[in-house]
Design a protein around this ligand. Structure first.
Ligand SMILES: [Zn+2]
Length: 226
């Protein structure tokens, strides 16, 4: 199976799907990560562009993903980018990479870039219904600690996982190793991006479905094949 994650920033792909990426690629599946703001100016508490790029590449290697695809969109300013530009950029890679499964941000996420990424991706994944490209099998939303969980429950639309991938101890350790490959991502406990909280979330998601350490996703669309 071919998996494509579409995220806003370098580190989101690991925070949301890093353990899953490790276990899936270990079984021979292909995971590509499209990071829309991957090739832009340094972020707060972050290294310069070249260092961040090499850390992004290193993180993908740790979890077994393909080389990352780094987009040119401005950090924390996705609201300034025309919606169509984001959509067409994502569509280009859906056409090229032919994913069976696409995973993106949850639309009710505190981070504005995550929100706009989700909206653009929701439009882009309909490509197969507009053009003769390979049909998508599944489309999911992921959770990003310190962002999806920080959205206020104003209209009851918060992230609710209904799909779980068992990442096991190995997947959890690789996820944490990949997060440490990024400078400035991990924070002291009780921040949601502390090692303790990342481990606790994997325990919680696992316990929700009787497994040892999971990442949770929320289904947006899933075609049952027979
Ligand atoms: Zn992000």
């Amino acid at each position: 199976m071919r998996y494509l994650t579409v995220t806003a920033h370098p580190d989101d792909e690991i925070l949301g799907f890093g353990g899953s990426t490790y276990v899936l690629t270990a079984k021979g599946h292909v995971v590509n990560n499209l990071i829309l703001s991957g090739d832009v100016e340094a972020r707060q508490h972050r290294p310069d562009v070249e260092t961040l790029k090499s850390q992004t590449h290193r993180a993908q290697e740790i979890v077994g993903a393909q080389a990352p695809i780094l987009g040119p969109f401005p950090n924390i300013k996705f609201n300034m980018v025309p919606h169509l530009e984001l959509v067409q950029f994502i569509e280009k890679y859906i056409e090229e990479l032919e994913p069976d499964v696409v995973i993106t941000h949850h639309p009710y996420d505190l981070n504005n870039d995550h929100y706009f990424t989700s909206k653009a991706c929701q439009a882009a994944v309909r490509l197969f219904q507009r053009k003769p490209v390979k049909p998508l099998k599944s489309f999911y939303f992921m959770e990003i600690p310190s962002s999806t969980d920080w959205a206020f429950p104003v209209d009851g639309q918060n992230f609710r996982p209904d799909t779980f991938i068992e990442i096991g101890e190995a997947g959890l350790e690789k996820k944490i190793e990949a997060l440490y490959a990024y400078e400035g991502v991990m924070r002291p406990y009780p921040h949601p991006r502390s090692e303790e909280a990342i481990r606790a979330l994997a325990v919680l998601r696992g316990s929700q479905t009787g497994r040892h350490y999971c990442e949770g996703l929320q289904t947006a669309m899933h075609i049952i094949e027979y």
